[in-house]
Design a protein around this ligand. Sequence first.
Ligand code: NAD
Length: 303
Amino acid sequence: MTEFAAIAAPAAPRSAELIDGKAMAATIRGELRETVAKLAANGTHPGLAVALVGEDPASAVYVGGKIRACKEIGIRSIEARLPADTTTAQLLELIDQWNADDNVDGILVQLPLPRGLDTQAVVERILPSKDVDGFGADNLGRLAQGRPRLVACTPWGVMEMLKRWGQPSGWTPAGKRAVVIGRSITVGRPMALLLLSADATVTICHSRTPDLASAVRQAEIVVAAAGQRHLVQGDWIAKGAVVIDVGIHRGEDGKLTGDVDFATASQRARAITPVPGGVGPMTIAMLMANTVSACRQRRGQGV
Ligand code: NAD
């Protein structure tokens, strides 16, 4: 070792390729803009209705991003901002109106709802053909049966990222060992079902999994969606694994980080998603894609 190396040992460089969700999402939005322009030329204008209940600042930011994406693509948006003391009955009434409105192709109620509201009743009230979040029993059940229609946007965005990143080298999830951390209806469960449909061998880990590290060490694909900042340590990552970080955490400095310790994981992974700029933008892009596809499914494929 030279004396210089002893003095200034640089941090090990990132060897992983970045999976650039921000750029992929921009490409998808561009593709959708063209599709929406063609639909408009035929007199069809896809519409998305979004309800935000209460004052949760993170939810307001997410809804703002969704409305902006609608504008960029040419999707008509309707936004209902409701006070935190809205009752379940009032929210169900609004959903009934949107269900009956032929100009509304997709309905999204931003979660989480304020305490006291019946989230399941609200989610199930949305017509399956307009359930662009894909959280309802009909759409989730269809995914479990392997005949998906409207798929939850975050896990679908992850699959789209894997597809687009893997295409040039011929990499696919088929035959790979995948570990999904988290079993929520919105992310973990549909994620596992999608990977299964793509012929991966899937292990679902959750808060009661006794030795998460050893499960992750076996994985060729890791999807972290636990909602625990830097839960996944770099030395858990098998050399050459593909790592997708779904987690979003805002630090006291205002910076966003994920469920994966990016600095150390990116020294071992083959490819990794950043936070921000990874899964987040893809989630919004897939919401737009779901709205366009709900429009085509409802009004006929030919439009
Ligand atoms: P959730 O709280 O509903 O579910 C978290 C899951 O992780 C649970 O199933 C739980 O069992 C599991 N879990 C918690 N602690 C764990 C631990 N120590 N070890 C193993 N498993 C553990 O959360 P969610 O809605 O599924 O979201 C997960 C994360 O993804 C959050 O950080 C959320 O902000 C983020 N998120 C991001 C996007 C996006 O667009 N990027 C979208 C949705 C959610």
